[in-house]
Design a protein around this ligand. Sequence first.
Ligand code: NAD
Ligand code: MG
Length: 385
Amino acid sequence: MKTVTILGATGSVGSSTLDLIERDPDGFEILALTANCDTEKLAAAAIRTRAKRAVVADEACLGDLRDRLAGSGIEAAGGASALMETAAMGADWTMGAIVGCAGLEPVMAAVEQGGVVVLANKEPLVSAGDVILDAAKHSGATLLPADSEHNAIFQCFDASRPGNVRRIILTCSGGPFRDWSSERMRDVTPEQAVAHPNWSMGAKISVDSATCMNKGLELIEAARLFPVPHDAIEIVIHPQSVIHSLVDYIDGSVLAQLGPPDMRTPIAHCLAWPDRMATPMEPLDLIAIGRLEFAAPDEMRFPALRLARQALDAGGARPAILNAANEIAVAAFLAKSIGFLEIAAIVEHTLDRYDPPAPKKLDEVLAVDAGARAIASERVKEYAS
Ligand code: NAD
Ligand code: MG
């Protein structure tokens, strides 16, 4: 029986994680479930899974959570410090499924306790990769990647002999506007951008997939997680999302992980690791799929790919600035304050105007993140006015 905490339990990844856990009630015991403010979904999940504690990050939602949990025996808590304390309760297995850098401090709190920490939440790795990896080394925590591409690489990468790896190839669906001209993308609405052709995901990552910033963030995420040179990480467009990523070895062997485009497979891999567990996924039907296609990515139409590659190569504070500016720009796009093409433009503007020294500690990363958010927010106002 593993004790489990899910940070971001009401979102897309959090719900997929709960789905797997609820199919195996004897295998897992839920210590805590957290959300920002979705008290209805959080309370229902906590009651169903007999969680010990349910936490809302937004303290203003705590009263409502208490009402919903009245008489259940489940402890209700709220606010940033309750979230941190909960992440540090020492679960055997913690899922990091908060969206954005809001997940950074809770993930760090979990990593500092040791145990298995599963990272779906990629933004903290982008902004504070070294800080998180150092903390894991110190505490003995095991970090497992749930992002489907990185989970695929993790399954194919012989970590005992990294010198045998020639390249990592990240596959990218290309998103809903894969074949669109920049001109046509100018008038894209949030509704169009969140309608991903293959995956059902939260709004922020869906927009990131449409701009290809998701693959840019994943490029940096791969560089954090796997010991290969930056120029040995390639991106290939693969519209079917059946091959989740590949590892190319020096002898010409290329290993890939395939599966349905459903996050429950990589999450199950992390839940059972180093074992395997059954999932409700149908066996892969290659004959029904018929064709697997590949194409080169286009950095002209999707400048986020270029910006992310440059941020990775320059290092220091650049990835944290890239991520923070993108979070602000995506939120503004979803709020209809700016257009689709302005997302990458705001990220580039922020990178051009902000060049702080490389952050070495968590509070320094948070300061860079805040500085970049301020510049990006100013730019949003200029576009919106
Ligand atoms: P989502 O928007 O569906 O869910 C986000 C969760 O975080 C919710 O539980 C929400 O209540 C909580 N949350 C939001 N803001 C918060 C805050 N300020 N403080 C605390 N909690 C907060 O997002 P998602 O699609 O599940 O993605 C979660 C993370 O996993 C993201 O980093 C995303 O990039 C990554 N990811 C998602 C998928 C996917 O298929 N959805 C795949 C790979 C990686
Ligand atoms: Mg991914």
